[in-house]
Design a protein around this ligand. Structure first.
Ligand SMILES: [Zn+2]
Length: 181
């Protein structure tokens, strides 16, 4: 199988389907236990190829991105502003907001309605910060990434697919930067 030239590691885990993780700028292909990596790669070649091509594109796009210059205070103000806006729009309010560094995601919403924001979002452009917050608050209506969920998101962000891709490019850029510092 010909894959774009992206360095990656293979690891095995108790999963049913292959998965890709992209933590600190390093790509990890997670394969289920059982068959040999070659057999598994062959079996899931279509999925793996598609994912790798997507990542290769994102890495290429990342070179053109600029990281905004804002203080942590400015960032937190911005988050609160976008939260208010999204809450008003979706009629849902998180119980708590929490800022911390996360290694695998931009933000998350717990079942107790606690919104956790990755402080690395400080380096995202405004429109992506707004999108991530809207996305998380939309999870107060629908938990999963199903059709209904994306329908809600697309009412405000028609171009959510493009934004998700841009987020991936920034993830690559920012986690690599964070690793160096
Ligand atoms: Zn989500």
């Amino acid at each position: 199988m010909v894959l774009p030239d992206i360095p990656y590691k293979i690891t095995h885990r108790a999963v049913h389907y292959p998965r890709l993780e992209f933590k600190t700028g390093e790509l990890v292909l997670i394969l289920p236990f059982g068959l040999s990596p070659d057999k598994l790669m062959e079996k899931h070649s279509k999925w793996i190829k598609e994912k790798f091509n997507f990542i290769a594109e994102c890495i290429e796009d990342a070179s053109e991105k600029r990281i905004p210059d804002r203080t942590i205070h400015e960032f937190k103000e911005l988050v609160l502003r976008f939260m208010k806006k999204a809450s008003k729009n979706l009629h849902k309010v998180p119980h708590k907001v929490h800022f911390r560094k996360m290694k695998t995601k931009w933000a998350s919403m717990s079942s107790k309605k606690k919104l956790t924001i990755n402080i690395l979002m400080q380096y995202l452009p405004n429109n992506l910060i707004e999108y991530v917050i809207f996305h998380e608050i939309a999870h107060l209506i629908v938990k999963k990434h199903n059709e209904v969920f994306w329908k809600i998101v697309s009412q405000r962000f028609k171009n959510y697919k493009k934004l998700e891709k841009e987020l991936f490019s920034f993830w690559f850029l920012i986690t690599r930067m964070a690793k160096q510092n």
